[in-house]
Design a protein around this ligand. Structure first.
Ligand SMILES: C=CC1=C(C)c2cc3[nH]c(cc4nc(cc5[nH]c(cc1n2)c(C)c5CCC(=O)O)C(CCC(=O)O)=C4C)c(C)c3C=C
Ligand code: FE2
Ligand code: FE2
Length: 340
C-alpha cells in the first residue's frame, strides 16, 4: 500500500532553555548543518554554542509560541490533517529534529500496511542543511528498520507552476490594499561554502553568484540559483516592475560568510535609499516559524522602522491555506496514479 510522509524541520518541545538546548544539540550536530569534522563540531556545539544559544533562542521562541505549541509544528499538523482528508492513502507528519521523528513517522505508516512511501520534504529549495538531510535520514531509517519499504522523494518545487501560483495568490491576498515601494524576498541563508559543496559538477558554482544565471546541471542542487528562480517566477506571475523588488538571505549563525546580501543589512539600508514602505516575503518557508514570526515580522520590522522606514508588512507563509493544500493533493495524486 502507498502512503505519504510529510517532513518539516521541527521545533523544541517547549520554550524552556532545557528543551531548546536538546533541540539545538540534535539540529546543530547534524553534519549537513554544521559541516565541519566531528571533533571540531563536538567542541564548538557542546563546548560553546550550547552554553549561550539556548537561552537566547528560548527567549525568541517565547515571543512567538502559541497556546497549542510551536507555530511551525501546529501549522504543519493542520496542513497534514487537511491534506489527509483529501487523499485516499495514509498521510503521516514528521520533523527532521525534535520529538516527532522521521523514525516514528515511517513506523506510523508501516503499522498501517504502507510499503511504498512518498517522502515530501516541506522545503521548496535544495540545500544540504534542509532537503538533503531529510532524504538521507529517511533513507537511513528505511534501510535499518523497514527494508521491505520502497521510497520515492518529491522533487524540490521552487519553480513548479502550481506552487508559484499558490504563492503568488497568497501574496496578493495579503498585500491587498497595502501600499509599498519595495518588496523584499528574504530567503533563509546558508554558509557560502555549502553552495560549493552541493555543486555536483564541482566547477560551476562561484561564491560571487555570477554562475546563477548560466544554465548548468549544478542548479539541480544549487540553493541560491533556486531561490533566484522562485523570485523570478513570482515576479512574472505578479507582474512586478524591475527595480521594485530584491532578494536577500536571513538567519545567519556563526562568523563565516553566508549568502549575501544579508536581510538585516538590507532592511537598515532601505529607508536611506527612499524605500520607506516595504513588504517582506519569505518563500523558503512553507509555514510560519521562528524565522518568519520573530526575525522578520518582529525584529526586522523594528530595525526597519528605527532606520527611518514608515510602513512594513511581513506576508505570512502559505501555512494551511486551501490553495497550498490543493497543490499538495495534486502532487500526491499524480504520484499515486503513476504506474511503475
Ligand atoms: C548553520 C546553521 C543553520 C543552517 C545552515 C540552516 C539552514 C536552514 N534552516 C532552514 C529552516 C529553518 N531554520 C530554523 C531555525 C534555525 N536555523 C538554525 C540554523 C541553521 N539553519 C538555528 C540554530 C535555528 C533555531 C533557532 C535559533 O536558534 O535561531 C527554522 C525555524 C524552526 C522553528 O522551530 O520555528 C526553520 C524553518 C532552512 C530552510 C535552511 C536551509 C536552506
Ligand atoms: Fe535554519
Ligand atoms: Fe549558481
Amino acid at each position: 500500500m502507498k502512503g505519504i510522509l510529510l517532513v518539516n524541520l521541527g521545533s523544541p518541545d517547549s520554550t524552556s532553555t532545557k528543551d531548546v538546548r536538546k533541540y539545538l544539540d540534535e539540529f546543530l550536530m547534524d553534519e549537513r548543518v554544521i559541516d565541519i569534522p566531528y571533533w571540531k563540531r563536538f567542541l564548538l556545539i557542546k563546548g560553546i554554542i550550547l552554553n549561550v544559544r539556548p537561552k537566547k533562542s528560548a527567549a525568541a521562541y517565547k515571543k512567538i509560541w502559541w497556546d497549542e505549541g510551536s507555530p511551525l509544528v501546529v501549522i504543519s499538523e493542520r496542513f497534514a490533517k487537511k491534506v489527509a482528508t483529501k487523499v485516499d492513502i495514509p498521510v503521516a507528519l514528521a520533523m527532521r529534529y525534535g520529538s516527532m521523528s522521521i523514525e516514528n513517522g515511517i513506523k506510523e505508516l508501516a503499522d498501517q500496511g504502507v510499503d511504498e512511501v512518498l517522502l515530501v520534504p516541506l522545503y521548496p529549495h535544495y540545500a544540504m542543511s534542509s532537503y538533503e538531510t531529510v532524504v538521507v535520514k529517511a533513507e537511513q531509517v528505511i534501510a535499518k528498520k523497514h527494508a521491505q519499504m520502497s521510497m520515492d522523494v518529491l522533487p524540490v518545487f521552487y519553480n513548479e507552476k502550481n506552487y508559484i501560483k499558490a504563492m503568488s495568490t497568497n501574496i496578493q491576498n495579503h498585500l491587498n490594499g497595502f501600499e509599498y515601494d519595495h518588496i523584499l524576498f528574504s530567503y533563509h541563508g546558508i554558509p557560502e561554502r555549502h553552495i560549493l559543496k552541493s555543486d555536483t559538477t564541482q566547477s560551476h558554482c562561484k561564491i560571487d553568484g555570477s554562475c546563477c544565471e548560466v544554465a548548468s546541471e549544478a542548479h539541480k542542487t544549487c540553493y541560491r540559483h533556486q531561490c533566484f528562480e522562485t523570485t523570478k517566477e513570482i515576479v512574472k506571475e505578479l507582474d512586478l516592475k524591475e527595480g521594485s523588488y530584491s532578494n536577500s538571505f536571513q538567519s545567519r549563525l556563526l562568523k563565516d560568510p553566508w549568502l549575501k546580501p544579508y536581510t538585516d543589512f538590507e532592511l537598515e539600508k532601505f529607508p536611506e535609499e527612499g524605500k520607506k514602505k516595504i513588504a517582506v516575503i519569505t518563500p523558503a518557508f512553507v509555514s510560519d516559524c521562528l524565522e518568519t514570526l520573530e526575525e522578520i515580522a518582529m525584529e526586522g520590522k523594528e530595525d526597519f522602522l528605527e532606520a527611518g522606514g514608515t510602513d512594513y508588512k511581513h506576508v505570512p507563509c502559505m501555512n494551511d491555506n486551501d490553495d497550498w493544500v490543493d497543490v499538495m493533493v495534486t502532487w500526491i495524486n499524480n504520484w499515486n496514479q503513476k504506474i511503475k
